[in-house]
Design a protein around this ligand. Sequence first.
Ligand SMILES: [Zn+2]
Length: 300
Amino acid sequence: MTWFRKKSAQLPMAFRRREVPDGVWMKCAGCGEILYRREVERRLWTCGRCGAHFRISAADYVAILADEGSFTPLFGEVQSVDPLEFSDARGRYADKLLEEQAGDPAREAVVTGRARIESQPLVLAVMDFHFLGGSMGSVVGERIARAGGLARRERIALVILSCSGGARMHEGILSLMQMAKTCAELGRLHEEGVPYISILADPTTGGVSASFAMLGDVILAEPNALIGFAGPRVIRETIREELPPGFQRAEFTQEHGFVDLIVPRGEMRATLGRLLRYFADSEGRRRHRLPAPPAPAPRA
Ligand SMILES: [Zn+2]
């Protein structure tokens, strides 16, 4: 969770700004193998030797998951401000935002829009870990809530790919509020029987795992993704016990009933296509069988 100050200077370079550094060759963070970058790209940014899934940008995920040319971004007009005029030892939040936006104020830790996957329409939201650790501030929460609202009104599936360190501490309580707001919107989606598929990528932690990420009708995860609330280091130091092997990894989380299916990146699109067709079919059957719901009685 990003409420804890990370000692970023101690992290290896590859984990700071970009997981996949530029260059012809790159070193796998999983097995240490030197890999040919083109080949890694061809494998959708996974290691051919150990299967490690490298962190990629929201744009890369959209390109991998959505039908070519089908993604139409929405809610880019919802842009971050600095309501608390926050600053800490690493500087002002307002400056950090400008730096991360790199000239495009619509850039944030989530992209949302309409898309098609294997010709099925959906509303897609993809988080971006490279933008302030994929942290959820007001804009992330608002865009996710609007995406949910759009899916509900149009009765098309919502798919959210989470990749986040948690709530954005720079926005204090306003960022925590997003947990309640996104869950409330997903509650309405659920009541109206509109499917929501959640994909957990590495990492899905903190306020994101404690809100919308774990509410999917179907919850998919990428292999070996870190999934949890507090990180293993914080838990170990709090309870003063060694944690079991594989703790909080996708496979461990699945064994304990929190994840339905682990899907390698190369199979994610086909899996989503299958699920979307299944939900669309059952929606069609339901519409065919049931009479229209009665109009709500006028309020006195
Ligand atoms: Zn590897």
